[in-house]
Design a protein around this ligand. Structure first.
Ligand SMILES: Nc1ncnc2c1ncn2[C@@H]1O[C@H](COP(=O)(O)OP(=O)(O)O)[C@@H](O)[C@H]1O
Ligand SMILES: [Mg+2]
Length: 263
């Protein structure tokens, strides 16, 4: 994708609030990009493993990012999902690593180092972050070119947005000058709801063009999709949210192109 270097665009999907559709967004965007013919690697960095479990059975046998980090495994365990789409799974014991890597030197660069050998194999690497600003979210931000911030239009996620943006700025100043916010994507969007509209207006006022034009509408079909181990775009391709994710991908590609031209 990155035409100058033929290297993958690394996109962290981050927000320390849980339930704001990080995982749904990672999978939906990844699926759509893959269907457009781009090679996509998803990396599940959340010990809860929701992304992994929405693609593979919980008792399936596979190596995970835990083995790659903790057991000195060379490279990353890459599982093919479908054409153009691969996954590095997570596992529940990743939570233990949050603590044990904290004392390591260069602990913020673990994921950046791990993905380096794969940058030329993919057009996109999407990092699904855990619901915290802990070491794995920091790792994702250090490894990424851009962060996409999914959030629901509610009071608490809105209040939390500022601390995420502060962290992104700190990391871009100190550890990763490439990093910038690609966009804030409103998810589980309730049309004709005053709170939604008010929060949307507040974000537009504070963050201006960072707020994406596309928003992802709330639909019950989205919550059903993971149970069938299918991306929303396969499970309910005609649902409002699936269509919105297609629009979000178009907007993301436009934003990336504009960014490249400015660089
Ligand atoms: N557009 C949507 N409409 C309705 N439910 C949604 C939508 N997007 C996500 N969800 C549901 O919201 C819950 C949280 O989403 P998830 O992607 O797991 O968030 P996170 O990764 O931020 O914790 C899940 O049950 C998911 O199926
Ligand atoms: Mg998640």
């Amino acid at each position: 994708m990155n035409k100058k270097t033929n290297k993958a665009v690394v996109l962290a999907i981050a927000n320390h609030k849980g339930g704001v559709a990080k995982t749904t967004t990672t999978l939906s965007i990844g699926f759509s990009l893959a269907r457009k013919g781009m090679k996509v690697l998803l990396i599940d960095l959340d010990a809860q493993s929701n992304l992994t479990f929405s693609l593979f059975k919980e008792d399936a046998e596979y190596d995970s990012i835990y083995n790659a980090i903790n057991k000195g495994m060379e490279g990353l365990p890459i599982m093919p999902v479908k054409e153009n789409l691969d996954l590095v799974p997570s596992s529940l014991n990743l939570a233990q690593l949050e603590i044990s890597v904290t004392g390591l030197m260069e602990r913020e660069y673990i994921i950046a180092d791990k993905i380096k050998p794969y940058l030329e194999n993919y057009d996109f690497i999407l990092l699904d972050c855990p619901p915290s600003l802990g070491i794995f979210t920091v790792n994702a931000l250090v490894a990424a070119d851009f962060v996409l911030i999914p959030m629901t239009a509610e009071v608490l996620p809105y209040k939390g947005l500022a601390s995420l943006v502060v962290l992104v700025n700190q990391i871009s100043e100190r550890m990763n000058p490439r990093l910038s916010v690609l966009g804030i994507l409103l998810t589980r969007y309730k049309i004709r709801n005053n709170l939604t509209k008010n929060i949307e207006n507040a974000i537009a006022k504070v963050y201006g063009p960072l707020l994406m034009e596309t928003h992802i509408r709330e639909t019950t079909r989205a919550a059903e999709a993971p149970i069938s181990r299918l991306a929303l775009l396969e499970y309910a391709p005609n649902s409002t949210a699936a269509k919105d994710y297609e629009d979000a991908v178009d907007e993301i590609l436009t934003r990336l192109k504009n960014n490249e031209q400015e660089a």
